[in-house]
Design a protein around this ligand. Structure first.
Ligand SMILES: [Zn+2]
Length: 265
């Protein structure tokens, strides 16, 4: 029975992942997410029926357009696969619980953001607003898990503090950066995103997520510069690092923090 839930979540995740590709790209391009249907960018062949099955179609078609044989980018398939795996992983970590709803929403937000941030280095406001509403509503009914809390206050207050802290801290970093470097060091999308994350994660896990995101971002950036994948002054989208760091924080944050404090004593 259990295996059926995993299979189901994998398929649902792959389908949502396919939809999130469309949302992440088309909203940023200012296009409708329903019309026209997907078509080959080269020959305009309209992709229909069995060619639209997430993940599998990519392999069935051998990664090429059926008509003109132009290579299809692997990134769509990778995002479908990542969404499917994260849906399954969320269930593995949380089981059939109310918190699973929050986890699936967070995963969805992260996939859409990563798609548009990697392609266009933009996180669209409309996407953030939709998920702000959805996640605020969920945190009103689904309490912040007890091990996420910091101040032993009511869960809703803990979420509120997290949200204000996340938004405020990044806004402050951006403000100081603007004065010191006289340029935008923090994208507006990243600042708003941390406001939403604060509500989901609470104070301490938001702080952990920011720490991990900076660590991951600088590490990967440094490796890319050293291996000459990018130049020293190439801007790197920060969104995907925030997403990865926040997932680690969400699933393992309380353990990581208690492990760290055990090292100190
Ligand atoms: Zn084609």
């Amino acid at each position: 029975m259990e295996i059926l839930i995993y299979v189901y979540l994998f398929i649902v995740g792959a389908c949502f992942g396919s939809f999130y590709n469309v949302v992440g790209l088309r909203i940023t391009e200012g296009k409708s997410i329903v019309r026209p249907g997907s078509c080959c960018p080269k020959c305009g062949h309209e992709i229909k029926g069995w060619e639209l099955i997430p993940i599998f179609s990519y392999f069935l078609l051998g990664g090429k357009c059926r008509m003109c044989k132009t290579r299809i980018s692997t990134k769509y398939m990778i995002f479908e696969l990542v969404t499917a795996l994260l849906f399954v992983y969320s269930y593995l970590m949380l089981g059939l619980s109310m918190e699973l709803i929050v986890a699936l929403l967070v995963v969805s937000l992260f996939v859409i953001i990563s798609v548009s941030d990697l392609e266009y280095m933009i996180i669209e406001d409309i996407i953030l607003v939709i998920f702000l509403v959805l996640l605020v509503m969920s945190r009103l009914f689904i309490d912040l898990p007890p091990n996420f809390t910091t101040f032993s206050l009511h869960p809703i207050l803990e979420s509120l503090i997290g949200g204000i802290f996340g938004f405020g801290l990044l806004y402050w970093i951006g403000f100081i950066g603007q004065i010191v470097y006289n340029k935008e060091v923090m994208g507006g999308g990243d600042i708003k995103l941390y406001g939403i994350l604060g509500i989901v994660l609470g104070f301490k896990l938001t702080l952990l997520s920011l720490f991990l995101a900076s660590l991951l971002g600088s590490f990967v950036g440094l490796v890319f510069i050293k291996t000459k994948v990018i130049k020293k002054d190439t801007p790197v989208p920060f969104g995907p690092f925030i997403c990865l760091a926040s997932l680690i924080s969400y699933f393992y944050g309380p353990e990581l923090i208690s492990w760290y404090f055990n090292l100190l004593v």
